[in-house]
Design a binder for this molecule. Structure first.
Ligand code: MTE
Length: 445
């Protein structure tokens, strides 16, 4: 790491923070090296012999033994299903105020700015429901297979969970992610601009195995219809090639446990690389057919309004995209110095092969480090060093996937797609840093 010797800058993450308001005010109020001084004083005190160390001459956080070092801690299983620290309570899924009129047909965004690595904790997985969610009794849940099959069948959860299973890590992104930004900047933080994105390890049975068991007619039956058990009767057409690839799963597991109710418990479809709407939750029926169904969720919604006024249907694959999560909108760089720029890249077509980062609004680019694992149709974490000199900057990331597709800028994307769409916005995201250290959402053409 080239710049590790440079004095490290401090950041106030957004919207949660464990730096106190007082600490932030002190740094922002002119004594910008307050935190560094506090650290140096503490280190000097540590270096002195124990007897010479007076509680008043150093950092009380080191010199005064806290309650957790002097008393008995909580017993095991005090929290039988573990919860995050109370100090992390600001990290939450959040609903964008005023986005939708009723909570049952809405979205809660994942706080990408607070996550590490590539896996989304299950409790922070984004939620998108058309008609609310239920905690379905798995003993009463059924999966029906019908249409162009030799033997129609109904599976219980027990039937499905006794079949050979696989576990795979994949991202899911709603086609409407970043949809509010088509015309112009609309939201302040990465949670709202990109938070309809999560990545988990899913466990289940390849749909191909289940269709084989039922004797699907793969010659005539080139499509399947997936249907959910919720009140919205969510139905989506999935092309048979995707199922024949073995990638589409009938999944019951997420991150080592059963799916969460909000995310489709007890059964959902996992369609790697394809927009979230096709990942039908509370999956109750698969029909094999010879043509697309053009249901409401594919004829009226989840379509792209092109500049010539035509609607484009069945834009399923989520194209290559990336976003910097640190620093990002709403955060505050408290001091000049070293920062680890960190972000996420993903592609519905395969693996990420490269991410370039610019700190001057796209004039110069440097190649970021891709952290392992780099998996197909999963989030890839990238990092790169940056020394902020206190001057205005615009940070951006641009991802490339193994089909050689390069993530477009807003200018390029709008030339092809116009500005009136809702879905499939994969443009390069720009975050502007001003001299005060404030970071905000901007668009660079
Ligand atoms: N499946 C059903 N049955 N009902 C729904 O409302 N929403 C879809 C899809 N599957 C939905 C559904 C949409 S639009 C998306 S983006 C994803 O589920 C969201 O999955 P999540 O809530 O687990 O993040």
């Amino acid at each position: 790491m080239a710049n590790i010797d440079v004095r490290r800058g401090r950041i106030r993450p957004a919207p949660e923070s464990f730096l106190s308001d007082e600490q932030i005010a002190t740094v922002g109020g002119g004594r910008r090296d307050f935190l560094r001084k506090a650290f140096l004083t503490a280190s000097a005190a540590m270096a002195a012999p124990v007897v010479a160390r007076a509680a008043t001459s150093g950092d009380p956080a080191i010199l005064e033994l806290p309650i957790w070092s002097t008393t008995l801690g909580m017993p095991v299983a005090a929290s039988p299903y573990g919860m995050p620290s109370k100090y992390e309570r600001g990290l939450q899924r959040r609903e964008s105020p005023g986005l939708t009129r009723v909570g049952g047909s809405s979205v809660a965004f994942t706080p990408l700015q607070g996550l590490f690595g590539i896996i989304t904790p299950s409790g922070l997985h984004f939620e998108r429901h058309h008609q609310g969610w239920h905690d379905i009794d798995p003993s009463r849940h059924r999966l029906m297979i019908n249409g162009l099959v030799k033997t129609q069948a109904v599976f219980t959860m027990d039937d499905i969970m006794r079949l050979p299973s696989v576990s795979r890590i994949h991202f899911i992104e709603c086609g409407a992610n970043t949809g509010m930004e088509w015309g112009n900047v609309a939201v302040p933080t990465v949670q709202y601009s990109h938070g309809m994105l999560s990545c988990s390890e899913f466990t289940g049975v390849p749909l191909k195995e289940i269709l084989d068991m039922c004797g699907a007619d793969y010659k005539k039956g080139r499509y399947v219809l997936a249907e959910g058990a919720d009140g919205s009767s969510m139905t989506r057409t999935i092309p048979m090639e995707l199922i024949e690839s073995g990638e589409v799963l009938v999944a019951y597991g997420m991150n080592g446990e059963m799916l969460r109710p909000e995310n489709g418990y007890p059964l959902r479809l996992v369609v790697p690389g394809v927009q979230g709407v096709s990942w039908v939750k509370w999956l109750r029926r698969i029909e094999v057919g010879d043509q697309p169904w053009a249901t409401k969720d594919e004829a009226v919604h989840y379509i792209d309004l092109m500049p010539d006024g035509q609607h484009r249907q069945y834009t399923s694959v989520q194209e290559c995209k990336s976003v910097i999560t640190t620093p990002s909108g709403g955060q505050l760089l408290l001091d000049k110095g070293f920062y680890n720029i960190s972000g996420m890249a993903w592609s519905g077509r395969g693996k990420i092969t490269r991410v370039d980062v610019s700190t001057d609004g796209g004039i110069n680019w440097r190649q970021a480090r891709l952290e392992t694992p780099v998996l197909s149709k999963a989030i890839t974490r990238f990092n790169i060093d940056w020394v902020w000199d206190g001057k205005p900057a615009i940070v951006q990331s641009r991802a490339v996937d193994d089909s050689a597709y390069v993530q477009p800028g807003y200018g390029q994307l709008r030339t092809v797609r116009g500005t009136k769409s809702i879905y499939h916005n994969n443009a390069i995201q720009s975050w502007k840093v001003v001299e005060s250290g404030e970071v905000s959402n901007v668009q660079v053409l």
